[in-house]
Design a binder for this molecule. Structure first.
Ligand code: AMP
Length: 427
């Protein structure tokens, strides 16, 4: 019986991987320009980190997290997101002691047991930034500007994208807002899905996030978090709006945007694409001023976002691949053709020598005929075929054929590297 990949966990094949490499390189360069440095945290964490960080009642933790005991019975989880991990590492390594704002970014696989569909996988990849240590709304603006900058670098036109924005206030505002929501939803209890009936008791904010059509209908008239902000949160939001205007970053206020993670405070946002259908969010983020404290660290405000690489690839895959993509494909420049079995040892030596000199080189290992091997060399886009047989051995040379012009000459083995380098410079 064939062993297949796990449902919702996808192979990225070489043809596609080129686009991934391009997107990842663009993201790394973009975030570096904004002053973010990479942090790599483990894929496996204590399950408790996400229960405390993301929230016990969120779908991500409650329904979708891969949780398992290790051999000692400790409950572990495959990370469903990375903000909690980054903040854990920030506390664990005392990064706050350096003062100022810590600007960190990450890129890697995340795991959620969701129903797989277009743009939604069980193993998916996120890139994200976290800026820790400042309450300044200018930092919220910078993070949002960075999200746009990444899209611009990838050539995603602004017209196809839009920013959803909301403020969900601080923990002081939350009880009043929660009460207002409960009061509003209670008379509609019977119209809500079973999950939302539970949410009504546990955390009515999550009802605003529900995708079930009847729940959405009811939620349409729900109270808005923006009407329940304290003066500090209102001022923060207004200053953010001012900065976004100054930066020319358009946004749509979305009172139902609460995001599926409990750690958010104040600013929440999503950058979405009009071309993506139901799973339209390219990235989502916001402030999480209470997260560090909830994880046992010193009170440290933070703001960031996480975006899905799969969705970027989906949007980009429909366009002409950018030139930069092709530069990542390294076919062989030189294709080696040992003539006769006795010459394989020397051919391996020549290959190793060329490769160490940084010249992409390859040969056939499938026992093909000489004619067939020449065809393969052309198919792979090689510029030179390099023959090595009895005659060449006697001369201490290799016969180099320029596959473009057909020109052939014998080149002493010791001069191969400089010969090939010199010619590629002349072209
Ligand atoms: P979240 O961590 O839920 O705020 O999601 C942030 C971004 O990650 C979303 O906007 C998506 O682009 C991406 N994302 C989240 N879940 C998935 C998934 N299951 N499959 C693919 N991408 C995802």
């Amino acid at each position: 019986m064939k062993v297949e990949a796990v449902r919702g966990m996808t192979d990225i094949l070489p043809e596609e991987a080129v686009l991934w490499q391009y997107v990842e390189a663009e993201i790394r360069e973009a975030v570096a320009i904004y002053g973010y440095r990479e942090i790599r945290t483990p894929i496996v964490e204590r399950a408790e980190l996400f229960a405390r960080g993301v929230g016990e009642t969120t779908d991500i933790v409650h329904k979708e997290m891969y949780v398992f005991p290790d051999k000692k019975g400790q409950m572990l989880a495959l990370r469903p997101e990375a903000t909690a991990s980054v903040v854990r590492a920030y506390i664990e390594h005392g990064l706050y002691a350096k003062g100022g704002v810590a600007k960190l970014y990450y890129l890697g696989p995340m795991f959620r047991y969701e129903k797989p569909q277009k743009g939604r996988k069980r193993q998916f990849h996120q890139y994200g930034v976290e800026a820790l240590g400042s309450l300044d709304p200018a930092l919220d603006a910078e993070v949002i500007d960075l999200a746009w900058y990444i899209m611009e670098r990838l050539g995603l036109r602004r017209e196809g994208l839009f920013l959803r924005l909301n403020s969900i206030g601080c923990p002081e505002d939350r009880p009043r807002f929660r009460e207002a929501l409960r009061e509003y939803f209670l008379p509609h209890r019977e119209e809500l899905c079973p999950d939302c009936k539970r949410r009504l008791e546990e955390n009515p904010l999550r009802i605003l996030d529900c995708k079930v059509p009847t729940c959405r209908e009811v939620a349409a008239g729900a109270p808005r978090s923006l009407d329940h902000l304290c003066s500090g949160c209102r001022e923060h939001f207004e200053r953010l709006l001012g900065y976004l205007d100054a930066l020319g970053l358009a946004h749509e206020l979305d009172p139902k945007l609460v995001r599926g993670l409990d750690y958010y405070t104040r600013t929440v946002f999503e950058l979405a694409s009009r071309d993506l259908g139901a799973q339209d969010a390219l990235l989502g983020g916001g402030r999480y001023d209470g997260l560090a404290e909830a994880l046992g660290g010193p009170p440290t405000p933070g703001v960031g976002f996480a975006g899905g690489l799969e969705r970027l690839i989906l949007v980009l895959g429909e366009r002409e691949p950018p030139d930069k993509c092709f530069r990542l494909i390294t076919g062989p420049t030189v294709y080696l053709l040992p003539v006769g079995e006795g010459e394989v040892t020397e051919a391996l030596r020549i290959l190793a020598q060329l490769r160490r000199a940084g010249i992409p080189a390859d040969m056939d290992y499938a026992g093909r005929s000489l004619r067939k091997r020449l065809q393969v060399a052309s198919q792979l886009g090689a510029r030179y075929a390099l023959f090595f047989g009895e005659e060449e051995r006697a001369r201490g040379a290799a016969k180099v054929r320029d596959l473009g012009t057909g020109h052939e000459e014998y080149v002493p083995l010791g001069e191969l590297v400089s010969y090939l380098r010199g010619r590629s410079r002349r072209r």
